[in-house]
Design a binder for this molecule. Structure first.
Ligand SMILES: NC(=O)C1=CN([C@@H]2O[C@H](COP(=O)(O)OP(=O)(O)OC[C@H]3O[C@@H](n4cnc5c(N)ncnc54)[C@H](OP(=O)(O)O)[C@@H]3O)[C@@H](O)[C@H]2O)C=CC1
Ligand SMILES: Nc1nc2c(c(=O)[nH]1)N=C([C@H](O)[C@@H](O)CO)CN2
Length: 235
């Protein structure tokens, strides 16, 4: 496969919607998924290549790199979406929390970017997109390791943008609330929406629009797009 758009963590929610939308737009799409959820079948039916990968251990990262390398001759874009929103309250220990967060949000993008830099350059301009989070700006009392690991990811945007220019653009999308989880109750939902000026749950469509903006813009690299409904201005 040539000029594949590679999305990590595409078995559900934002990654799933993004993969289906980009496939519908005519891109060749390859997705990593960890758990075999209903979305994986949707992807296969849509013609998206799905590669099972658990990035929790180094062996899982290396297996994915080898499988991806074997199935695509060049890469159009690498979108680092896979993520675990782990609160300290659910971690077995602080050491495990920080290790787990740095693994998925920093170690995986770091290794994949280095492994696929040449294939991203092969057939014209390439893109790397790091999915970060508004909380990089503010920190988070309940997701300390998560926020720190997203800050590491966001910093790598700067390093890789410098290293890989001009053939590859590297940018961050830093979302605020995009979509709730099923278990979020009404009180939480109201409170979370009230944190931004626009006070909505926008859904994955705004991520799709932003990814398309980045992919089609020849002059955007090393930047961070704050996709948060004006959250930093809300009182
Ligand atoms: N949803 C929101 O409102 C916001 C999202 N974001 C960011 O946007 C991106 C998409 O968010 P969302 O769709 O909610 O993400 P999810 O929480 O649904 O996670 C996406 C996928 O990452 C996979 N994943 C997690 N850990 C690993 C691992 N160790 N190895 C392999 N895959 C793994 C999950 O697999 P599995 O299905 O097996 O669990 C899941 O399918 C994320 O980077 C997120 O941090 C930022 C701000 C707000
Ligand atoms: N991997 C994930 N990261 C984040 C999620 C999520 O569901 N999965 N959700 C959020 C929240 O929506 C937050 O932005 C607002 O409460 C943050 N990151």
């Amino acid at each position: 496969m040539e000029q594949a758009v590679v999305i990590t963590g595409g078995g559900q929610r934002v990654g799933l919607a993004l993969a289906l939308a980009l496939k519908q737009q005519g891109y060749e799409v390859i997705v990593s998924y960890r758990s075999d959820k209903p979305g994986v079948q949707q992807l296969k039916q849509a013609g998206v290549i799905t590669l099972q990968a658990d990035f929790s251990e180094q062996a899982g990262i290396e297996q994915f790199i080898n499988e991806l390398d074997a199935c695509c001759s060049s890469v159009r874009a690498l979108i680092h979406n896979a993520s675990d929103w782990l609160p300290e309250s659910k971690a077995s220990s602080p050491a495990v929390a920080m290790a787990q967060m740095m693994q998925i949000h920093a170690m995986v993008p770091y290794q994949l970017n280095l492994a696929f830099a040449e294939k991203l350059k092969l057939k014209g301009p390439g893109d790397i997109i790091h999915m970060s989070d508004y909380v990089v700006k503010t920190g988070s009392q309940k997701h300390i390791a998560y926020a720190a690991s997203k800050a590491a990811l966001q910093n790598m945007t700067l390093s890789f943008a410098s290293l890989l220019a001009p053939q590859i653009k590297v940018n961050t999308i830093a979302p605020g609330l995009i979509m709730f989880n099923q278990h979020d109750d009404e009180a939480y939902r109201q409170k979370a929406k009230a944190k931004s000026l626009l006070q909505i749950e926008p859904g994955a469509e705004v991520i799709i629009e932003t990814v398309n903006y980045i992919l089609t813009n020849r002059y955007l690299t090393g930047s961070c797009i704050d996709l948060d409904g004006g959250r930093s201005l809300a009182r």
